[in-house]
Design a protein around this ligand. Structure first.
Ligand SMILES: [Zn+2]
Length: 359
């Protein structure tokens, strides 16, 4: 089970709001958590890196998590005061109807509920059909366009985020919340620097990247700022272990450890770094499992292409129901991921990095 420090950070990060391009609240939370440990350096997209020097300036190991979550922006406001929205990131149609969303307007957050045409007004033969996001709208209780704009302070382009509180299930064994993709990664990068202590034979960098869900926008900036020798990209995994999914479709299960990812779209996690991580996990008794991103990718695709090439490791915490209001992770998997991050931080000295890079 994770301790109160991890739990508090995960709650803060999960409940912080920030769609691609609007990650400021998350960056502030990360900066507050690391105050006194490392100073923030901001990039041109609003991303942030924190560098902690140990026994040596080199090698430099980058731990990266993306700060953005999926959300929407306001597209237009009808004369009756309803909002049309454009998704920012990959939403699932059936996860959205009647959910609560928050519009971040000029007069502060405005709560709304996702509406659609009532099924009672739909012809009987069409009632079983899925309602598409393009046919949904956000109802903020405004009486007119003027009411929405002038009284509530809503303008086209405002960001819209999911509303979901952090909760513990089954005595804290599972953690329920929004935006685990990828506040889990942000939390792991942050906690690695917080907990590693002075004895690490390298320089560690924690990065909160931006715009991952809109096309891996900010990851390269993190690499340019810290010039890493290796990178560890921290993400959520697509887990099975629920009714209707067999092991042929998904090898990961919540509660069976940190996922070490073999493949993803558009990039190749380093085979030698992966072998090193598996050996370290085995020696330290850290539970781990195999993972495959058969579709979808990570910031690794950008970081690995930096300059002459950065070998990277893709670690993930298995997560049920990603890209919805309510994701579920096992606290034991988070703990295993953190233990592996810390073990790697202590073991990645010049010789180990040379072996990984030299293949
Ligand atoms: Zn992600």
């Amino acid at each position: 089970m994770i301790d109160d420090q991890s739990k508090a950070l995960l709650k803060t990060l999960s409940e912080a709001n920030g769609i691609p391009g609007h990650e400021d609240e998350v960056r502030r939370a990360m900066t507050a958590a690391l105050s006194g440990v490392a100073e923030p350096t901001m990039d041109g997209h609003g991303g942030v890196t924190f560098m902690k020097r140990g026994g040596s300036d080199r090698p430099r190991i980058l731990y990266a998590g993306h700060m953005d979550e999926i959300g929407f922006i306001v597209k237009s406001i009808t004369d009756d005061g309803f909002l049309y929205m454009i998704p920012s990131g990959g939403w699932i149609d059936q996860a959205l109807l009647t959910q609560r969303l928050l519009v971040h307007g000029s007069k502060g957050p405005v709560l709304g509920v996702v509406g659609a045409k009532p099924p009672h007004l739909t012809p009987p033969d069409k009632r079983g059909e899925m309602v598409r996001i393009r046919d949904m709208f956000l109802d903020v209780g405004a009486c007119s366009k003027e009411d929405a704009m002038e009284n509530l302070g809503i303008t086209p382009g405002d960001q819209i985020t999911p509303v979901a509180s952090f909760e513990e299930l089954n005595g804290g064994q599972f953690l329920l919340g929004k935006a685990w993709d990828d506040r889990v990664g942000v939390a792991l990068a942050t906690e690695t620097l917080l907990r590693v202590g002075p004895d690490h034979p390298n320089t560690l960098i924690a990065a909160g990247t931006t715009g991952e869900e809109k096309g891996l926008i900010g990851a390269q900036a993190a690499a340019w700022i810290c010039d890493p020798d290796l990178a560890i990209v921290l993400e959520v995994g697509i887990t099975g272990g629920v009714p209707g999914v067999d092991t042929k479709e998904a090898t990961e299960k919540c509660g069976q450890g940190v996922s070490i990812v073999f493949i993803e779209s558009g990039a190749i996690p380093s085979p030698t770094f992966r072998a090193f991580a598996r050996r370290v996990a085995t020696e330290e008794g850290i539970p781990f499992q195999d993972s495959f991103y058969e579709s979808g990718g990570s910031d690794g695709a950008q970081i690995s292409r930096y300059k002459t090439g950065v070998p990277y490791l893709l670690l993930a915490v298995p997560c049920r129901y990603i890209h919805t209001h309510n994701g579920l992770i096992a606290s034991s998997d988070y703990q295993a991921a953190l233990r592996l991050c810390l073990a790697l931080a202590r073991r990645l000295d010049a010789k180990a990095v040379e072996e990984i890079r030299g293949r």
